[in-house]
Ligand binder design. Structure first.
Ligand code: ATP
Length: 443
């Protein structure tokens, strides 16, 4: 059996890290099992879904390297949903209800006052044809509820949650179709999963109750029920919930800030597991380290500070080939492997490379406090070619001549050569700066 999984966001905002964690576990599960990863846009809500957000989701996934093998868009499939709804009506599992929101609210309040669970009382099932005709004559349109098989608990084997079990008597028959004829998420999602032959539905814990309901819909439609995995939801660093609509912790913003896709993925692949977070340099590395059984049920916090630290750690080990494109995009076309090897231990984000490129290439304003000292140092600069020994030879000569040592020797030279107090090791930086520019800066 080929594993087939899907990531199904609604195009109502840019992806946040919680969405991406769900996309990532699906993608990794597909790749680790030689399976198929489907991107499905849940865009039945035409008021909040936009093409721009759909494009944004594709841009984000592509940038993250989470490519999809198949694509589906719910707004293309209303005929299919209508046909399935008709079949459910015919079998008596989908029934029309005419209560207004106010009436339902009142019912709930009464039930709560009587210490009863606020579950829909199925009054609509008792309506006669004449009652329904009377509602229609008043211009009322029905919403449609799925009749749950309330006799039993629904239980399933969950790759993360063990064996969750939902008491169906505690649930109201869910509305599948609103009075304006639009579909809620529940039914289209099941039909898409059936038609895409999805074998594993892997999503956030926000869907556990949906799953119990959807299992009954799969069964009512005579379809095979897929396996499920519900991952704990990621929160922000303070435990706050995430929503695409607020735009917080969006990957688009992280990319703007110069964070590496692999840093985001490395962190998300480990949050919610007991395994240590470590930088992964490639997708192949992530796949090799992936094990769905490592994910636990406790909520996991996403800390932007942890991401920034991991990003720095990752940059320190990334080979030049992995960043050549990014350096070009920053306008550093001539940056080469030697430059990368020298500067990468000093980077927090790739954007910092621009600072060091300017330190190497100039122009910069040297900081010179003692002109005589610099003149002496300039006179002692060895002839080229330079290598990583040159700095030591030169500073030893300057020390012997001037008597300066330690910080008093190195800091003025660094300030003159780079304009900055800190930075890459000068033994490797000096050969990149070269004799001509070094002389200009010392004088
Ligand atoms: N905080 C989260 N952590 C992990 N997964 C999440 C989180 N929020 C949503 N998801 C998952 O992302 C997928 C896409 O969900 P959805 O488009 O509803 O995202 P959302 O952020 O809740 O959207 P919106 O804010 O627009 O309602 C679902 O599988 C959902 O379970």
């Amino acid at each position: 059996m080929t594993v087939r999984v899907r990531f199904a966001p609604s195009p109502t905002g840019r992806l946040h890290v919680g969405n991406v964690r769900t996309a990532l576990v699906n993608w990794l599960y597909a790749r680790a099992h030689g399976g198929v990863f489907v991107l499905r846009l849940d865009d039945t809500d035409s008021e909040r879904s936009t093409q721009a957000f759909a494009d944004g989701i594709e841009t984000d996934l592509t940038w993250l390297g989470l490519g999809w093998d198949d694509f589906m868009r719910q707004s293309d499939r209303f005929d299919r949903y209508d046909a399935a709804a008709a079949a459910l009506r015919a079998s008596g599992r989908l029934y029309p209800c005419y209560e207004t929101a106010e009436e339902l609210d009142l019912k709930r309040k009464l039930q709560l006052a009587q210490r009863k669970p606020p579950v829909y009382d199925r009054a609509a099932l008792k309506l006669t044809d004449a009652d329904r005709a009377a509602y229609e004559a008043k211009g009322l349109k029905p919403h449609w509820r799925f009749k749950l098989d309330e006799g039993s608990r629904v239980t399933w084997r969950d790759l993360v949650h063990g064996e969750p079990s939902v008491d169906m008597q505690s649930l109201s028959d869910p509305v599948l179709i609103r009075a304006d004829g639009t579909y809620l998420y529940t039914l289209p999602s099941v039909l898409d999963d059936i038609d895409l032959s999805i074998t594993h539905v892997m999503r956030g814990e926000d869907h556990v109750t949906n799953t119990a309901v959807q299992i009954q819909i799969f069964e009512a439609l005579g379809a095979k029920v897929p396996a499920f995995a519900h991952f704990s939801l990621l929160t922000g660093a303070e435990g706050e919930g995430l929503s695409k609509r607020t735009g917080a912790l969006s990957v688009a913003e992280m990319r703007e800030d110069g964070i590496e896709a692999m840093a985001i993925l490395s962190l998300l692949a480990r949050l919610g597991t007991a395994d240590p977070v470590e930088p992964r340099v490639s997708h192949a590395d992530l796949i090799a380290g992936f094990d769905v059984s490592r994910f636990g049920r406790s909520a996991a916090k996403f800390d932007p500070e942890e991401l920034r630290n991991l990003n720095a750690k990752l940059l320190h080990v990334l080979p030049f080939e992995s960043v050549a494109g990014e350096l070009r995009a920053l306008g550093l076309e001539a940056a080469d492997e030697a430059f990368w090897a020298v500067v990468r231990p000093n980077l927090k984000t790739i954007k910092d490379a621009r600072v060091w490129w300017q330190v190497v290439e100039g122009p910069l304003t040297p900081v010179v406090s003692d002109a005589d000292f610099m003149r002496t140092a300039a006179d002692l600069l060895p002839p080229e070619p330079w290598d990583s020994e040159t700095w030591k030879q030169w500073t030893t000569a300057v020390k012997d001549k001037t008597g300066a040592k330690g910080k008093a020797l190195f800091l003025p030279l660094r300030l003159a050569l780079t304009g900055l107090e800190h930075g890459p090791e000068l033994n490797v930086l000096l050969p990149l700066i070269g004799r001509k520019r070094a002389l200009e800066r010392l004088s």
